[in-house]
Design a protein around this ligand. Structure first.
Ligand code: PGA
Length: 252
């Protein structure tokens, strides 16, 4: 099934200053005036969301967040809820990024966050990926466990609202992008795992992204042959030229 393309900028903990963040957004807005069917999402640090929500209103770029807490309100120091994000026009939320899982986030928490996001009618972008690859392919077991974990308790009508971003940890921030073959193989594996949990039609409705050292120079080949519907971009999303090059690679 052909999905509309989706390209997500994960700014992580960047940039350090608000002025730099605003400048980067202004540059991106200039470069990405007309993007046809590709959906573009920028996920800045939480602090910038309030300002960005005004400057992105009615434009081509959608506003996302890098995480959320699964409770709506109450004594949870330091947390931000799905209801609060929705109030600022956030449409997409990344969950289960490997950098958060490394800080202790569990499959169970990821699953609760997905449910909280769907309840607020936003789109969860759920990251999965193996630490390392081995010749025997046992890393596929980890991927399967992560898919089962994220899908736990989700009905077919909910799983089709989820975006799954395959981000092999060895490829994140290392400059070692996965090959087209690796990405294609993983796309087929994710669809077949979802087919076992639901059915083929449902599985094919789930939007899949690739992330991990995506650069403009290889984006077109990866997009056209990797079988995924777009990208989750870290480092390259902090450079307006690179990021717009990646977006353009998804426009035929
Ligand atoms: P990268 O990060 O593009 O810098 O590898 C991707 C991500 O972590 O989402």
């Amino acid at each position: 099934m052909k999905h509309n393309a989706l390209v997500v900028a994960n700014w992580k903990l960047n940039p350090i200053g608000f002025d730099e963040a605003k400048n980067l957004l202004t540059e991106l807005k200039k470069k990405l005036k007309k993007v046809n069917s590709t959906t573009i999402v920028v996920t800045p640090p939480f602090l910038f969301i309030s300002d960005f929500s005004k400057s992105l209103k009615g434009g081509e770029i959608k506003l996302g967040a890098q995480d959320v807490f699964y409770e709506e309100i109450g004594p949870f120091t330091g947390e931000i809820s799905a209801g609060q994000l929705v109030g600022f026009g956030v449409s997409h939320v990344i969950v289960g990024h490997s950098e958060r899982r490394a800080l202790g986030e569990t499959d169970e928490q990821v699953n609760k966050k997905i449910q909280a996001i769907i309840k607020r009618r936003m789109t969860p972008i759920v990251c999965i990926g193996e630490k390392n690859r081995d010749e025997q392919g046992t890393f596929f077991n980890d991927i399967e466990a992560q898919i089962k974990g994220l899908a736990k308790g989700l009905l077919a009508k909910d799983i089709v609202k989820v975006v799954i971003a395959y981000e092999p940890i060895w490829a994140i921030g290392t400059g070692k992008t996965a090959t087209v073959e690796d990405v294609k193989e993983m796309q087929l594996f994710i669809v077949s795992t979802l087919t076992k949990l639901y059915d083929r039609k449902t599985a094919e409705k789930v939007t899949l992204l690739y992330g991990g050292s995506v650069k403009a120079s290889i984006a077109k080949e990866l997009y056209e042959q990797g079988g995924m519907s777009g990208f989750l971009v870290g480092g390259a999303s902090l450079n307006a030229n690179e990021f717009s090059g990646i977006v353009n690679a998804t426009i035929s």
